[in-house]
Design a protein around this ligand. Structure first.
Ligand SMILES: NC(=O)c1ccc[n+]([C@@H]2O[C@H](COP(=O)([O-])OP(=O)(O)OC[C@H]3O[C@@H](n4cnc5c(N)ncnc54)[C@H](OP(=O)(O)O)[C@@H]3O)[C@@H](O)[C@H]2O)c1
Length: 293
C-alpha cells in the first residue's frame, strides 16, 4: 500500500515537532508530498526545506490553531482550494493536561477536547468521504496506550484517546472493504516535548521511552498490513492487554501513581530512578469489590 503513496500527498497535523515531524520525514523518504499543519510556522519551514533537499518532495505549510472553532473545516477548504488530493491523513496534533482536578486549567481542558476529539473527528470525515468516493486512501489517528484505560490526573486526555481508538476502529470496520484504511496508532511514552507541554517537565527523563522514529516505523509497518490499531513496542502491547485482566477499579487506582501531584517538600530527588510502570496484576478481591460497586 505504501508503495502506491509515492508522489501523492499526505496531510500531517502537529507537524512542527515530535511524532508529526517524524511522520513527515519518513513519508517524504517514501516519496510523498506533504501538507504540514500546526500553529508554529518556523519549524515547519525548516522541515519542508530539509525534506525538499533530501528527497525532492514538495510541502505546503498551513498554520492553524485546530482547537479554535471551525478551523478544521477551514483547513479542509484551504487544501481543496489548492487542488490537493489527500491520499493519507495523519491526525497527530494533540496534547495532554496533567494535574489535580481541584486546580486543573478548565479552559485548557476545553482546548484539549476540541483538538484531540473535535478537530480529529471533523478532519477524519471531511477527508474520508472523498477517499471512499475514489476507493483508495488511508487515515492514521494518533491515540495512545492511555486509550486502553482510565488514567488519574490526566483523566480528560486518557478519555479523549479512548475516543480516538474507538472512533477509528469503528471506521476501520466500515471502510475496510472499500479500499480505505483507518488505523489508530497507540504510542507509549515517546521522547518528544509532549510531557513538557502537559505540565510535567522532567517526567520523561525518569521513565522508559521510545524514539519517535521507531514509533513511526512501527506505525507504517502496521498501516501496510491494514491493521485496525497499532501499539508501538511489545512492552506497551502487553500492557494494553494486561489491563483487560484486572478489574477496572484496580486499573484506575494503580494509574494514580503515574501523575499524582506531589507537595513541593516531597518532590523526589531529580537523580532518583523512578521504576517504569509495572504491569497491573489481576486482583480477585477487587473483582469482588467491583461486583458490589
Ligand atoms: N509523546 C508521547 O509520549 C505520546 C504518547 C502517546 C500519544 N502521543 C500523541 O502523539 C501526538 C503527537 O504528540 P508528540 O508526542 O509528538 O508531542 P509534541 O512534540 O508536543 O507535538 C504536538 C504537536 O501538536 C501540535 N499542536 C498542539 N496544539 C495544536 C493546535 N491547537 N493546533 C494545531 N496543532 C497543535 C504542535 O504544534 P504547535 O505547537 O506548533 O501548534 C505539535 O506539532 C499527540 O496526539 C499525543 O497525544 C504522544
Amino acid at each position: 500500500m505504501l508503495d502506491r503513496f509515492a508522489d501523492r500527498w499526505a496531510l500531517v497535523t502537529g507537524a512542527s515537532s515530535g511524532i508529526g515531524a517524524t511522520f513527515a520525514e519518513q513519508l517524504a523518504a517514501r516519496g510523498m508530498h506533504l501538507v504540514l499543519v500546526a500553529r508554529r510556522r518556523e519549524p515547519m519551514q525548516e522541515l519542508a526545506a530539509r525534506l525538499h533537499t533530501q528527497h525532492g518532495t514538495r510541502s505546503e505549510i498551513l498554520t492553524s490553531d485546530l482547537a479554535a472553532p471551525h478551523q478544521a473545516a477551514a483547513l479542509h477548504e484551504a487544501v481543496s482550494r489548492r487542488g490537493i488530493e489527500i491520499e493519507l491523513l495523519l491526525n497527530n496534533a494533540g496534547f495532554a493536561v496533567v494535574g489535580d482536578a481541584a486546580d486543573v486549567d478548565v479552559d485548557r481542558v476545553g482546548e484539549l477536547v476540541r483538538l484531540n476529539i473535535g478537530a480529529l473527528t471533523d478532519l477524519t470525515y471531511r477527508f474520508l468521504q472523498p477517499m471512499l468516493q475514489r476507493g483508495h486512501g488511508a487515515i492514521v489517528n494518533v491515540a495512545s496506550v492511555a486509550a486502553f484505560q482510565p488514567v488519574a490526573y490526566m483523566a480528560a486526555y486518557a478519555a479523549s484517546k479512548s475516543y480516538v481508538l474507538h472512533f477509528s476502529e469503528g471506521l476501520w470496520a466500515e471502510t475496510r472493504d472499500r479500499g480505505v484504511t483507518v488505523m489508530a496508532l497507540c504510542p507509549g511514552v515517546t521522547r518528544t516535548s509532549f510531557f513538557d507541554v502537559a505540565g510535567v517537565p522532567g517526567w520523561l527523563k525518569k521513565h522508559r521511552s521510545q524514539d519517535p522514529e521507531k514509533v513511526v516505523r512501527n506505525a507504517l509497518t502496521s498501516l501496510e498490513k491494514r491493521r485496525q490499531y497499532a501499539v508501538s513496542g511489545w512492552g506497551n502491547w502487553i500492557l494494553s492487554l494486561l489491563v483487560r485482566l484486572a478489574t477496572r477499579r484496580r486499573v484506575v487506582i494503580e494509574s494514580m501513581k503515574y501523575f499524582r501531584p506531589q507537595p513541593k517538600s516531597e518532590e523526589p530527588d531529580a537523580e532518583a530512578t523512578v521504576q517504569p510502570p509495572q504491569p497491573i496484576e489481576s486482583d480477585r478481591q477487587n473483582r469482588a469489590d467491583d461486583a458490589v460497586a
